[in-house]
Design a protein around this ligand. Structure first.
Ligand code: HEC
Ligand code: HEC
Length: 210
C-alpha cells in the first residue's frame, strides 16, 4: 500500500476513508446556503480573527464535509470548554441534509484562499525540523493528503492553527470516540512539547504558502 512506517492504524483509517459514498455538491446552490456563514467566515471564506473564525476558502470538500458533519453530530465542538467549537456547532446544524453540506462545501472549496500574515513570531527554520513528522500525513508542502485524511494546513490563520494544536493536546478535539481522524492527529500534536515548538512549526507551515 506504500504506507510503510506509518503503522496499522493509519492503513486501516485509509481503508475506512473509502467508506460511504458522498453526495456530489452543487456549488451554485451552496453559494445561497453559505449566506449564514458570511457573518463569521467572510464572503470569500477568508476568516475573521475578531470572531475567532478560521479561513475555510479553498479547503478540500472531503475535509469540509467531514468537519461540518462532526460539528453537527457533536463529534467536534460539543465540549463545554471548547468555546469556539461551541460557536460553530449550531451553525452546522442549520445545514439540514448531507446534500446541503455537500453543496456548501463545494462553494467554499471553490473560493480562492489568500495568504495571511503571521502573528505569532515563531522561528521557521527551527519549525522545519519539527515539521518532518507532519510531512507523512499533511505532505511536504502542507498541501494535505486525502489518502491519509489529512487537511491542507497552508493558507490557514496562524492563531487558528495554534488553537487547534492546543485543542488536540488537551483533548478538546480528537478525543471523541467517533473522531477516528482526530484521534490520529492528537498524539502528533503532543510531540510539540512547548509553546515555542508550536509557534515554530506554524511559522514553517506559513512559510510554505505561495
Ligand atoms: C457565529 C460565527 C460562525 C458562523 C456563522 C459560522 N462559523 Fe464556522 N466556525 C466558527 C468558529 C469560531 C470556528 C472555529 C472552531 C474551533 O476553533 O474549533 C469555525 C470553524 C469552521 C470550520 C472548521 C474549519 C477547519 O479547518 O477545521 C468549518 C468547515 C466551518 N466553520 C464552516 C462553516 C460554514 C459552512 C458555516 C455556515 C453554514 C459556518 N461555518 C458558520 C464560527 C462560525
Ligand atoms: C498520522 C497522520 C498525521 C500526522 C503525522 C500529523 N497529522 Fe495533523 N491531522 C491529521 C488528520 C487525520 C487530521 C484531521 C483531523 C480531523 O478530521 O478532525 C489532522 C488535522 C490537523 C490540524 C487541524 C487543521 C484544521 O483545519 O483544523 C492541524 C493544525 C494539524 N493537523 C497539524 C499537524 C502538525 C503541525 C503535525 C506535525 C507535528 C501533524 N499535524 C502531523 C493527521 C496527521
Amino acid at each position: 500500500m506504500g504506507r510503510t512506517g506509518l503503522g496499522l492504524g493509519v492503513v486501516l483509517a485509509g481503508l475506512l476513508a473509502a467508506g460511504p459514498a458522498q453526495a456530489d455538491g452543487d456549488a451554485a446552490k451552496g453559494k445561497a446556503k453559505y449566506a449564514t456563514c458570511v457573518a463569521c467566515h467572510g464572503a470569500n471564506g477568508e476568516g475573521n480573527v475578531a470572531l475567532n473564525a478560521p479561513t475555510i476558502a479553498g479547503q478540500a470538500t472531503w475535509y469540509l464535509e467531514r468537519q461540518l458533519k462532526h460539528f453537527k453530530d457533536s463529534v467536534r465542538g460539543a465540549d463545554a470548554k471548547d468555546v469556539y467549537g461551541m460557536q460553530m456547532r449550531p451553525m452546522a446544524m442549520i445545514l439540514a441534509t448531507d446534500q446541503d453540506i455537500a453543496d456548501v462545501a463545494a462553494h467554499v472549496s471553490g473560493l480562492k484562499a489568500a495568504k495571511s500574515a503571521g502573528t505569532l513570531g515563531g522561528d521557521a527554520a527551527k519549525g522545519k525540523a519539527l515539521y518532518g513528522l507532519c510531512t507523512a500525513c499533511h505532505g511536504p508542502k502542507a498541501e494535505g493528503m486525502q489518502a491519509l485524511n489529512s487537511p491542507r494546513l497552508t493558507f490557514q490563520q496562524d492563531w487558528y492553527l495554534l488553537r487547534q494544536l492546543k485543542n488536540f493536546q488537551s483533548g478538546l478535539r480528537g478525543a471523541h470516540p467517533q473522531d477516528v481522524y482526530g484521534m490520529q492527529m492528537a498524539p502528533m500534536a503532543k510531540t510539540l512539547v512547548n509553546e515555542q515548538a508550536l509557534k515554530d512549526v506554524i511559522a514553517y507551515i506559513k512559510s510554505l504558502e505561495q
